[in-house]
Design a protein around this ligand. Structure first.
Ligand code: GCB
Length: 651
């Protein structure tokens, strides 16, 4: 087979970075430092859904001008959480339109009086369109769920008579339109013999419940008035040395000095530099390796940036510390390389979904999921089908779990969704994803979409543009989208670096006929590889399984069927695994909620864990396989401590 030389993105260095970024400003994770404070606004907020016919009463009556309780009854709403499953009112579960959140905050006096201090309001995510008022003043708008947005509110809190309380009002609209991501349509039901006047339903084209609300933390944080606005890091390896390229943007003054120090895990300075950009060289660097690939995975340095500036108010300093993993990512025509070694993704697809909190961020759930991933021997996941909370990626960096970071480009099923407005929005969303997640060593590839109608000509152009834009934004990582199209018809595949394929043999097709899987899977792989000569990831496969249903010989929906289906897939995967198939991600890590339909029993049940994170039989099968693969693919070759054999309670 003719070998194409490895495309090693990291080698491009910092110069190309950000050249196509249209966004204003950075989106560094808000952290406490010697110069920065943060105040979390998690907890109970006041809440009201606008049930008026046009859903606009809140705007007509200007609910943001006064405390929300003065314009009508309110509910207690926990933040972060989705609002859908919290109340006993079924109308709220299925609500489409504007909901209103409000919270009063008392600010520390220093924040309101110290004119060296900049106060920022940051919303972790609001699905899907949000308008924010502070003390009744229109402050911020954002389109798109799953990504953070923020505003400098210093001028609202540091003028006039000191406000003892700050009132934050956030109106959120969860309506999906042909130009949102994900897209959706509103269908009015005009047959008055069946539906009341004005009756409508929201149609979606994806398979998860459209949970909405303030699903991630809202917080206030401070920086000095001259501050570190953004840091971009790319890394490389040259012989024995690690290379850390950094680029820092500063806002608030042109008169400043920057110092960057790279500290190892023992807090020893290993390299330093000055100025807004540079390259730090670390002889004998410890590399960031994925979990199970190496005996010392997930090594993190920290890049400590110190800014000192002269301002009209006097000297100010700002400090920010960024975790840095030194690693390279490259792709050949048949391999995915991390640090120059072949990497095999043996992992899962997830959803940020559980119980009554919906998609609300939750630390116990996150830690439990990571314990399960380690128990399973999973080394990777895809953020199907939207970017997850930043805290999730921080955990991945620390634990060495590799991430395919997917944007909310899911449900692009209809021809009318491939229009210019959508394309520009999609590009902007990729800018926001890259801006937020670019520094995570765990993120090794961007996925711009899941199962778009990529057989359409218009989709081909659309995907080409989004992929090219993403590559321009971040030349350091490969880009993909996840396809379920036919290999010969797919118009987007020529533009990806890695082919990601979803297939559901013996589930959605030939259901019940497990004996066909190996043949169909082999045909799938061979066709795609022959046409594109690119590495392939089986990015979804699985079977709906109701925990506790048993039947042997296996029948659909039982734990035995799920196990047998997986076994057949694994035989097929093993045929190609050492050739050009570079990964397998089960659908799904855990059961999750969907819209109601005839094919979903209280949601999608293809999890190997239940929604409560208890294992089905397939979890044990997968665990054995993943540990076996881990031991075969480990570098340098040594036996991974198999948590599978030891069954240690402390893993
Ligand atoms: C898919 C989709 C995923 C669905 C899954 C299923 O291909 O990408 O969102 O949940 O199939 O279970 O049907």
């Amino acid at each position: 087979m003719a070998r194409r030389s490895a495309v090693a993105w990291a080698a491009f260095g910092p110069l190309l970075w950000g050249c196509a970024l249209g966004l204003q400003g950075g989106m560094l994770y808000p952290q406490e430092s010697r110069s920065r404070e943060r105040k979390e606004l998690d907890g109970l907020w006041s809440f009201r859904a606008d049930f008026s016919d046009n859903r606009r009463r809140g705007f007509e009556e200007q609910w943001y001008r006064r405390p929300l309780r003065e314009s009508g009854p309110t509910l207690d709403m926990p933040v972060p959480s989705s609002f859908n499953d919290i109340s006993q009112d079924w109308r709220l579960r299925h609500f489409v339109g504007w909901v209103w959140y409000e919270r009063e905050v008392i600010l520390p006096e220093r924040w309101t009086q110290d004119l060296h201090t900049r106060v920022v309001l940051r919303i972790g995510s609001a699905h899907s369109y949000a308008i924010v008022w502070v003390n009744g003043v229109d402050t911020l708008e954002h389109e798109g769920g799953y990504l953070p947005f923020e505003a400098d509110i210093s001028n609202l809190v540091q003028v006039g008579p000191l406000p003892s309380r700050l009132r934050i009002t956030i109106a959120i609209n969860n309506t999906l339109t042909p130009t949102t991501l994900p897209p959706g349509t509103i269908q009015y039901m005009n047959d008055t013999s069946k539906y009341p006047k004005g009756y409508f339903v929201q149609n979606t084209y994806f398979d998860f419940f459209n949970y909405a609300g303030l699903q991630r933390s809202v917080l206030l944080y401070t920086t000095p008035t001259t501050y570190i606005d953004d840091i971009t890091v790319t890394t490389g390896v040259e012989h024995d040395s690690g290379l850390v390229n950094y680029q820092i943007s500063v806002k608030g003054s042109n008169l400043f000095e920057l110092e960057a120090r790279l500290l190892d895990a023992e807090n020893k300075v290993v390299a330093n530099g000055t100025g807004t950009q540079g390259q730090l060289k670390v002889p004998g660097a410890s590399l960031w390796w994925p979990y199970l690939m190496h005996e010392r995975p997930a090594y993190l340095y920290s890049l400590e940036v110190r800014l000192t500036a002269q301002t009209s108010l006097g000297p100010v300093s700002d400090f920010y510390s960024l975790p840095v993993g030194i690693r390279t990512v490259a792709v050949t025509e048949s391999q995915f390389l991390i640090n120059g070694k072949p990497f095999y993704f043996h992992g899962v697809n997830k959803h940020e979904d559980a119980d009554i909190r919906g998609k609300g961020f939750d630390w116990p759930l996150l830690v439990k999921d990571f314990n399960l991933l380690r128990w399973l021997g999973a080394n990777a996941f895809r953020t199907s089908h939207y970017p997850y909370a930043e805290e999730v990626l921080q955990m991945c960096d620390r634990h060495g779990i590799v991430v395919i970071d997917e944007c909310p480009g899911v449900g692009l099923a209809l021809p009318q969704f491939f229009n210019n407005v959508s394309l520009h929005h999609h590009m902007r969303v990729m800018e926001e994803v890259v801006r937020r997640d670019k520094n995570h060593p765990a993120v090794v590839m961007w996925s711009v979409a899941n199962e778009p109608a990529s057989h359409l000509e218009s989709a081909g152009y659309y995907l080409k543009m989004v992929i090219a834009h993403t590559k321009a934004l971040d030349p350091s990582r490969p880009v993909t989208f996840v396809s379920n199209s036919n290999y010969a018809a797919d118009k987007g595949a020529p533009y990806v670096d890695v082919i990601c394929l979803n297939s559901y043999y013996s589930w959605y097709h030939d259901y019940g006929h497990l004996e066909l899987i190996q043949l169909q899977l082999a045909t799938q792989f061979e066709n795609w590889y022959k046409k594109y000569q690119k590495p392939i990831i089986q990015s979804e496969y699985g079977a709906e399984t109701i925990a506790g249903f048993h039947q042997d010989p296996p029948l659909m929906f039982t734990e035995e069927y799920q196990k047998s289906l997986l076994e057949q897939y694994h035989l097929g995967l093993d045929q190609k695994r050492r050739k050009y198939v570079v990964g397998e991600l089960i659908w799904n890590f855990a059961d999750f909620m969907t819209e109601q339909s005839l094919t979903r029993v209280l949601g999608n049940k293809k999890g190997i864990f239940t929604r409560q994170r208890q294992p089905k039989s397939a979890a044990f099968l997968l665990r054995e396989r993943y540990w076996k693969i881990a031991n075969e693919t480990r570098y340098p070759h040594s036996v991974a401590k198999s948590q599978c054999l030891e069954n240690s309670p402390f893993t």
